[in-house]
Design a protein around this ligand. Structure first.
Ligand SMILES: [Zn+2]
Length: 332
């Protein structure tokens, strides 16, 4: 975490320095209107200001967002200081990239763009939000049904228990003394015992149903991974990156233990086959043309440090400053 904090503070400080440099200097004549910054100046500034990983991630998200009409929302990116070959989408429009994957894909912006576009795809398809809501709802339903069943079983057991106690009293009257009371208590205990057993059985049913649900959801998650792989391929290629970048990511993942098995993700060989099929289904040259047309109609996105100071925010087409927007609309 130390590295991460240091990186952020550095980034933040650099931004502050830049902002102060842009403040009007008192005593000087009114500033002339500056020409709008060109792509080169924004990118050059970013390269100077941002640590290299963040500069790269900014440039990747800028292109992927603009080429795919995903520039109507801000994106956030963090580099997680863990040497894992991992990346994930979380929170709102946040893409987290672990140091391990940045390191293993060093020098290969096409592979990195595929990873980033894949994670952005999880956000645009709302995989995270839907997954959590669906799971919560289904588990609540299972528990509700189980409670109903438990109550039904308990009622039946209670009726039996009451009947047995009454039986005990009757037997006591007939046999007299301790024997009748003893028999009655055995029958009564049988009812209570059944009550415990039925509770245990219901718990087992609930556990079984939950396991089945987990399996169903895991299968759904694997489908979502294929879907995100498709988006990763299409959107990164539209942004001008190499189609083979996605295959190179898979080659890194293929070296991980267990890569040949289905887990929360599909087995890597299956993902490789699916990507190869995508390259045939969506020819790269067509995608590149579509992306270029969109990029040429848009301007480079700006960036800021997110309000919680923990991530780099790549702004939407509306920019990152409320104050600037007010001044664009009204008098300064
Ligand atoms: Zn994924």
């Amino acid at each position: 975490m130390l590295n991460w904090n240091r990186t952020l503070i550095t980034t933040g400080s650099l931004c502050v320095l830049l902002l102060s440099a842009m403040l009007p200097v008192q005593g000087k004549p009114a500033r002339q209107k500056k020409p709008a910054p060109t792509a080169t100046t924004i990118y050059q500034q970013a390269k100077k200001e941002l640590p290299e990983d963040f500069y790269t991630l900014y440039r990747v998200i800028d292109r992927v967002a603009r080429a795919n009409e995903l520039d109507n929302r801000p994106w956030r990116v963090v580099a997680v200081p863990k040497y894992d070959v991992n990346a994930y989408a979380s929170d709102i429009n946040l893409v987290a990239i672990h140091d391990g994957i940045l390191d293993q894909l060093a020098g290969d912006s096409s592979a990195l763009a595929c990873v980033v576009a894949h994670e952005m795809g999880h956000h645009t398809k709302r995989h995270i939000a839907l997954g959590v809501a669906q799971k919560t709802e289904l588990i609540a339903k299972i528990e509700q049904e189980a409670t109903k069943e438990v109550l039904g079983e308990r009622e039946a057991a209670n009726r039996e228990s009451t009947a047995a106690t009454v039986g005990g009293v009757v037997l006591g009257n007939v046999l007299g003394g301790n024997v009748g009371g003893f028999m009655g208590s055995i029958l009564g205990n049988q009812g209570a015992q059944r009550q415990v057993e039925s509770q245990q059985r219901i718990n087992e049913i609930v556990e079984k149903k939950k396991k089945e649900l987990e399996q169903r959801l895991a299968e759904q998650e694997r489908q979502q991974e294929f879907e995100a792989d498709e988006i990763g391929y299409i959107n990164s290629v539209k942004a001008g990156f190499e189609p083979e970048g996605c295959l190179r990511v898979m080659q890194v993942l293929a070296q991980m233990p267990g890569a040949e098995f289905d887990t929360t993700h599909p087995a890597v060989p299956k993902r490789i086959e699916a990507i190869k099929a995508l390259i045939i289904k969506y020819p790269p040259q067509t995608l590149v043309k579509e992306g270029e047309a969109r990029i040429s109609k848009t301007k480079p996105l700006t960036y800021s440090i997110s309000k919680d100071k923990t991530s780099l925010r790549i702004n939407s087409v509306r920019g990152g400053s409320q104050a600037d927007d007010i001044e664009r609309r009204f008098d300064k």
